[in-house]
Design a protein around this ligand. Sequence first.
Ligand code: THU
Length: 132
Amino acid sequence: MQAPPEVLRLLQNLLEHAYAPYSGYPVAAVVRSSRGNLYGGVNVENAAYPLSRCAEQAAVLQMVSAGEREIAEVWVLSRGEAPATPCGGCRQVLSEFAPPWAPVHCLSTGGGELHTTLGQLLPHAFSRNHLR
Ligand code: THU
């Protein structure tokens, strides 16, 4: 299953902007909002390692900063064969703004693909409903 051409182009351009001097593992992410807009992000690492940010979180920050709060679909692009899947923290951050049925497409430059949903990646997510 291919990503839409504009999404693929955006992911490929973003991957060039990833700042990953410590891990050497660039990642790009794109979220499509419920209004159909695309927001991209890359991983931005830091010499103080724990302050590094993942690509998915950078994309979510862009979307929310633009005034949107509903993720309809997620794409992730990484290098190599096995596509990166969102880390546990990113799954939680995505779940703040995406329903469990939101498709998550993980692609690699080597041609690997994993197509799943946020609910499959993070079952029984902690959410604002628990706080009521
Ligand atoms: N990383 C992401 O940005 N997204 C993922 O889906 C997996 C991992 C980043 C974090 C770190 O900068 C590098 O990849 C290696 O873990």
